[in-house]
Design a protein around this ligand. Sequence first.
Ligand code: ADP
Ligand code: MG
Length: 318
Amino acid sequence: MHEFDIIAKYLNLNTTPRKDVLCGVGDDCALLKVPQGQRLAVSMDTLIGDVHFPADADAKAIAHKAIAVNLSDLAACSAEPAWLTLSLSMPQADEKWLAAFSEGLSEMVEHFAVQLVGGDTCRGPLSITVQAHGLVPQKVFAQRSGAKAGDLVCVTGPLGDAALGLLHYKGELAASGADADYLLQRYLRPYPRVAAGIAMRGRASAAIDISDGLLADVQHLSNASGVGVVIRWDQIPLSDAARAVADQQLIKRAVLTGGDDYELCFTVPEDQFEATQKALAMVGEKCIPIGRISGKPGVRVVSDEGDINLEKMGYRHF
Ligand code: ADP
Ligand code: MG
């Protein structure tokens, strides 16, 4: 199959067009209209076969994840997703794979009302790069650097599921039935918290999406803000499927250092907490407090039995 036929059949998606796309797939450039008073938020992530996802995974799930991880970055900046570009490298033109991939792209594009407006297609090892473009009003961009001592640290959902799902996929965790399915889906099909990101506009003082694991990402946020963080282990939300895992050390490691959950971690001044929780609930999203920003540098996780030894969790301070 020729490159142009692939683009026409599988990448020029037949999805609802956006009015702000003056020119999409088919020309040398896409031409896009940024509304007055809005800023363009741009983010890019690459997924490489057998590095970031199992290369033999369902192509529909791969498409889902490639878009989800990018929309998650926009969500962390309270941006509303608008346009995507896609660079696709694959070893051969497998039409069955492309059809499933295209279907996965279309589903996500429709769900989040975005448009795939261009990209590049070439032969090579399986690799997918998506660039997501979002819109955000000028004054509400929550950066990693805005956290202040006393702010509450919150997350949008349970942590550790994706890491446990990956272990299950690799045959290293004996989960079964509905729990196994749930964990696997959380790994393969993360759901970007776009609505939560938009709902926290003007309220969250700082935000980041959890792609590398809670501790690592909280550390990024606290470094950028020049503050410390105290997390309460008992307050971190865990799914029933994660709770069902018998090995307590494994759970702790998955929750604290496992990546790929794509929940948001954000900080809110205490007097904004209730309003933020309400605003997120209005759009069906959660705002779960798990700790507090402190003036003392460093990341601590405290439990009823005292501080959790983070080095033992395989966590390196940096
Ligand atoms: P050019 O030769 O100008 O670089 P291409 O032949 O690479 O153009 O692409 C033709 C058109 O198809 C362009 O509009 C490009 O944006 C679009 N396109 C190519 N690959 C993809 C892709 N993977 N996803 C979406 N659009 C694509
Ligand atoms: Mg050209």
